[in-house]
Design a protein around this ligand. Structure first.
Ligand SMILES: Nc1ncnc2c1ncn2[C@@H]1O[C@H](COP(=O)(O)OP(=O)(O)OP(=O)(O)O)[C@@H](O)[C@H]1O
Length: 645
């Protein structure tokens, strides 16, 4: 069944001094044998056992498995050989302490395509065989040494391998328990399996059907005994199971590990949660910007309005007529603002005043949104105060609507026409006709009727009623948004033109900068957290060496070993991202509520897609952070890993 022909193996621990572990070893082993490999420490027993188990490869010579030379195996075939043919039993059991007895045994089937029910049945059967069917739900670390070794034997048996390899299986047990384990292994060999036991203990060796004595890497004795024991039943060989990795096993291991080291993982997850929360808010803010753009396009910015500016000169009548000649231009008005103040002792309320469109144009172009009252008519001496200014006027406990109809004294600032220096205050009594919505960003304006505004400007500049007001800014209104491009193209040589799009860009600049800052900070936090995750998982690789070794010994491939760590990263990332997302949603609700009265659109908007995207992003970052430690784990040598105590 297994033949070892002229096998030699030399180790070079410090690269120069060779340590020969096996020298020209020849051995043939068959079904149903119970072989004891004995010898002094360092004689090469474990190396021989590991070579039989496909964990170690010889330097020269050949190992044949049912006449197939192992040297033809690639790494995957070695793993498959361990998965289907070999069950390992170790001196220190190598059970996962926080898993139950059943879960420990199930682990051996993690690489095979068994149905859940079938797998369960096989595990229970294996545990019955070792006499532990009553303890299946007990935690492995609650068992005695002998019981733990029985679980380890059940784990080796559950795949129905035809070879059981046991390295000092009684080394950590008292003599009575040792005898029970040896009896168990003997029984297993009588089922027709090959059982190879490495032992120091001559009393154990004497019970084997064959003793192979090793000294300095050579077989010095190969003796068959207890002939009656070699009478055996034929095992019904199971066909090899298709490889199918049960991700569930990797996740179960990682879940238990995270539970065990919860404080460590909790601290690391705070960083990820904060970063993810920031990331979510940045996305939510992005939707807020879209809302703001929508709001501004509807309410703040007139989509048909262009601002024309002459850089050097004042605009004159010829400019005006030139503009009016364009068929798309419907209205041209000079643009100027007035500075005004209301004296409410001891305070002075200062604000700027713009003209309202004439009534005939009000249906065509954007108007400030009225909260209370009505916009003043053309001939009225009324003012539409902005919400912010109106609030300053209110007496404590007063309501905004109570201001409507009240008369107030407003002082408009007059300028010296030549020097442009403010020279005196022009006092007017005006009725408060309306209160308009406060704009969230940009300047607040109050409005007075167009002609009245022109009159105040002329008076403030000391010019006659029939004179033109000099300005270098014109408001130009077109018939439709679609005409803007052609108008701009025609006049861009002579004027600096600001389109509604430019205005919007300017208005959203602050938002974009805030969003950029939040994104930047959250990315920085995520970068630092992912480095921390990488470090934590690197520590995890060091601490989970036994699990990695075990996974490889039961036939796990490198890819599957990586999954032990990916599952850890996914669980950690998933939990931290969910926490971060919940935190983000809480911040969103609080901020939106707090700003509800001040702004008229949703500043932060989170939808299901954003939530899923954020959680996915958090998980991806964690998986990326775990790449290096996971690859490192996959490359580790199982023999070294299993040797550590
Ligand atoms: N990975 C390794 N690197 C370097 N030397 C090694 C390695 N594995 C084994 N050796 C050396 O090879 C020799 C045989 O080791 P092996 O573990 O097979 O002996 P053993 O008989 O099983 O010993 P023990 O009973 O103490 O476990 C020893 O001298 C050991 O130091």
């Amino acid at each position: 069944m297994i033949e070892i022909r002229n096998v030699s193996k030399t180790y070079y621990p410090d690269k120069s001094t060779p340590i020969p572990a096996l020298k020209n070893v020849n051995l043939m082993l068959d079904h149903g044998e119970f072989v004891a490999i004995v010898g002094a420490s360092g004689s090469g027993k474990s190396t021989l056992l590991n070579t039989l188990g496909g964990l170690d490869k010889p330097d020269s010579g050949e190992v044949f498995i049912n006449e197939t030379p192992m040297s033809t195996f690639n790494d995957h075939q070695y793993s498959d050989y361990r998965k289907d043919n070999v069950g390992f039993v170790f001196q220190h059991f190598h059970l996962i302490p926080h898993l139950t007895v059943l879960e420990n045994v199930e682990l051996a089937l993690a690489m095979s395509s068994y149905e859940k029910k079938e797998a369960h049945q096989k595990c229970v059967q294996a545990l019955q065989e070792v006499g532990l069917e009553k303890a299946i739900h007990q935690k492995a670390n609650e068992l005695s040494g002998g019981q733990q070794q029985r679980v380890a034997i059940a784990r080796a048996l559950v795949k129905s391998p035809n070879i059981i390899l046991a390295d000092e299986p009684t080394g950590a047990l008292d003599s009575q328990t040792s005898q029970e384990i040896i009896d168990l292994l003997k029984r297993i060999s009588k089922q027709g399996r090959l059982v190879v036991v490495v032992t120091h203990d001559e009393a154990v060796a004497e019970q084997a059907s064959r003793i192979v004595r090793v000294k300095d890497g050579e077989i010095i004795e190969d003796r068959k005994q207890n002939k009656q024991d070699s009478v055996q039943m034929e095992i019904t060989e199971e066909p090899s199971r298709k490889r199918s990795f049960q991700l569930k096993s990797a996740f179960r291991l990682s879940y238990h590990r995270i539970k065990e080291k919860r404080w460590r993982y909790f601290l690391v997850s705070i960083g990820i949660s904060m970063g993810i929360c920031g990331f979510l808010l940045a996305l939510a803010f992005g939707s807020g910007i879209d809302n703001y753009i929508q709001y501004s396009s509807d309410k703040v910015i007139d989509s048909k309005k262009l601002d024309f500016k002459k850089e050097q000169d004042y605009m004159v009548s010829s400019d005006y007529y030139e503009l009016k000649k364009n068929e798309h231009i419907k209205l041209v008005q000079p643009e100027y603002e007035l500075s005004a103040r209301i004296e409410k002792k001891p305070d002075i309320i200062s604000y700027d005043v713009k003209p309202l469109h004439k009534e005939k144009n009000r249906n065509e172009y954007a108007l400030p949104k009225v909260l209370y009252g009505q916009l003043p008519k053309d001939e009225e001496h009324g003012i539409a105060l902005s919400e912010g200014t109106a609030k300053k006027l209110l007496k404590e406990g007063g309501k905004l609507e109570e201001l409507i109809g009240k008369e107030i004294t407003i002082k408009f600032l007059s300028m010296d026409e030549i020097t442009s220096y403010p020279s005196r205050w022009d006092t007017q009594k005006l009725k408060i006709s309306a209160i308009t919505e406060q704009s969230f960003i940009g300047k607040e304006y109050s409005y007075i009727p167009y002609d009245f505004h022109t009159e105040v400007v002329k008076r403030s500049r000391f010019i006659g009623k029939d004179s033109e007001i000099t300005t270098n800014n014109y408001e130009v209104y077109v018939d439709d948004k679609s005409s803007i491009e052609s108008v701009v193209n025609q006049f861009k040589q002579s004027y600096t033109i600001t389109t509604p799009e430019n205005v919007l860009k300017e208005l959203t600049k602050t938002f974009k900068n805030i969003q950029l800052a939040i994104t930047g900070v959250s990315m920085l936090i995520l970068l630092i957290s992912s480095i921390m995750v990488g470090i934590i998982l690197y520590i995890s690789v060091l601490e989970r060496r036994k699990e990695i070794g075990l996974f490889k010994a039961i036939g796990g491939r490198n890819r599957e070993v990586r999954w032990i760590f990916f599952s850890e990263a996914i669980l950690l990332g998933g939990m931290a991202s969910i926490n971060g997302t919940v935190l983000g949603i809480v911040v969103q609700v609080i901020l939106n509520r707090a700003l509800e009265a001040k702004i008229h659109f949703e500043l932060l908007h989170i939808d299901v897609l954003t939530v899923l995207l954020t959680i996915g992003f958090g998980i991806v970052i964690n998986v990326l952070a775990c790449m290096i430690p996971a690859n490192q784990a996959a490359k580790l040598n199982p023999i070294q890993l299993l040797k550590q105590d």
